[in-house]
Design a protein around this ligand. Structure first.
Ligand code: PMP
Length: 409
């Protein structure tokens, strides 16, 4: 495939984390857990914590006023990255906190006994447990959509299940285990037909494909900066302005108020209403730097590149008699598999000796593991710095593991 100029360059050179302590290449295939950081992000964070550092929204001195402008510019940049408006974007600690915010604020205000929440079998625990907690409090109930044969959320089944009592549909846009991509506009149309809202867990879509919340037609979209080559400790909730305007505060404190008295407090408009306390200032600025970096790499190109790596790895693994490969062929940058007679943890440990890092376990998706009838998978996940050499190293490592275990594929 032809890659444009930006990706003709080996982007891995921008990532100091991509080599071992001995200076050898590190075959990092765990980007779905967290992505390595390019120098541009590290430098933005260092500058924000160093010569630019000051608080935001409160200081009367120039440095604080400048930092406030930088922080709000970061909000604008991150909102624009997903096609949203700046006053519709709330900085959170990550996707997990963003879903908890929606469940606690929107959920408590809108769910009542007998209402239903529609989730799917492949959700990350972050998109299950907050809904269980709010369901228990409000008397709402949860329904679970099964998967298709090729491990996508079964939207035909979802369509049959959805009824007037459903108020929320919360689906993973891309599965962190299977890489399956949701047909989000169809899910949105189905949810809206019965008057429900659609929340997309975008943790694994934002790093792998261009996202436009308007085109997806969702009501809420959440994602984490650290999976998008940005820092930990920050993520975002995007929500439609009219929905946010009606949502009550979730956490109370400084910065989210209009006026505080002991008789009663009034609240700031969104997004400030949902950002209590001093925010993660340097992280927000580095989040915006990550958005700049990814935009320059061009997600359309990244997607094609990652699809080539996925296709090759799936092809090679599928040709092995003792390997089960999960998820659909067009998985977004993620390949989960299991080798007969070799536990994924053992595989991960032996691969580590060859400087190959994969993830092994339930991937915070135990209901999905139950559905697949397994307890764990091995997962290789790609990023914009992944190369053929990483796939070569993984395949060599699998062959070596087989020799150690005395099995053959
Ligand atoms: N949803 C999905 C699909 C994820 O992959 C993850 C991270 N593994 C999360 C939610 C939670 O993200 P965070 O831990 O950054 O809040």
């Amino acid at each position: 495939m032809n890659a444009p100029a930006t990706l003709d360059r080996d982007l891995s050179a921008d990532f100091p984390g991509l080599c071992t302590a001995e200076g050898k290449p590190w075959h990092y295939l765990d980007t779905a857990a967290t992505a390595q950081k390019p120098r541009a992000v590290i430098e933005a964070m260092t500058r924000a914590l160093g010569e630019d550092y000051a608080t935001v929204h409160r200081g009367v001195y120039a440095r604080s006023a400048e930092m406030t402008l930088r922080y709000e510019a970061a909000r604008r940049r991150v909102a624009q990255f997903i096609g949203g408006q700046e006053d519709e974007l709330i900085f959170t600690r990550g996707a997990t906190e963003a879903i908890n915010l929606v469940a606690n604020s929107w959920g408590r205000a809108n769910l009542k006994p007998g209402d239903r929440i529609l989730l799917s079998q492949l959700e990350h625990h972050s998109n299950i447990v907050p809904w269980q907690l709010v369901a228990r409090e409000t008397g709402a109930e949860i329904d679970v959509v099964p998967l298709t044969q090729d491990h996508r959320i079964d939207l035909d089944a979802a369509e049959e299940m959805l009824g007037e009592r459903h108020k929320m549909v919360a689906f993973g846009h891309v599965s962190n285990v299977l890489g399956s991509v949701l047909d989000a506009p169809r899910a949105a149309a189905m949810a809206h037909r019965v008057g429900a809202k659609l929340l997309l867990d975008g943790c694994q879509s934002a790093p792998h494909m261009p996202v436009d919340v308007e085109a997806l037609d969702c009501d809420f979209y959440v994602f984490s900066a650290h999976k998008l080559y940005g820092p930990t400790g920050i993520g975002a909730l995007w929500a439609r302005g009219d929905i946010l305007a009606d949502m009550p505060p979730w956490e109370g404190g400084g910065a989210m108020i209009d006026r505080v008295t002991f008789e009663g407090t009034t609240y700031a408009p969104p997004p400030q209403r949902f950002e209590a306390g001093t925010p993660a200032i340097a992280e927000a600025i580095a989040f915006a730097a990550a958005a700049d970096y990814v935009a320059e790499a061009d997600l359309d190109t990244v997607r094609v590149r990652e699809a080539d790596l996925v296709a090759r790895l799936r092809r090679e693994l599928t040709a092995m008699n003792d390997v089960t490969v999960f998820g659909p062929d067009d998985s977004a940058g993620i390949v989960s598999f299991a080798i007969d007679g070799i536990h994924p943890h053992d595989l991960g440990t032996i691969l580590d000796e060859a400087d190959v890092a994969i993830r092994a376990g339930h991937h915070c998706a135990q209901p999905l593991m139950d559905y697949l009838g397994i307890t764990a998978t091995a997962r290789a996940s790609f990023g914009l710095y992944s190369r053929e050499a990483d796939v070569d190293a993984l395949l060599e490592g699998i062959a070596r593991t087989r020799r150690i275990f005395g099995t053959s594929g």
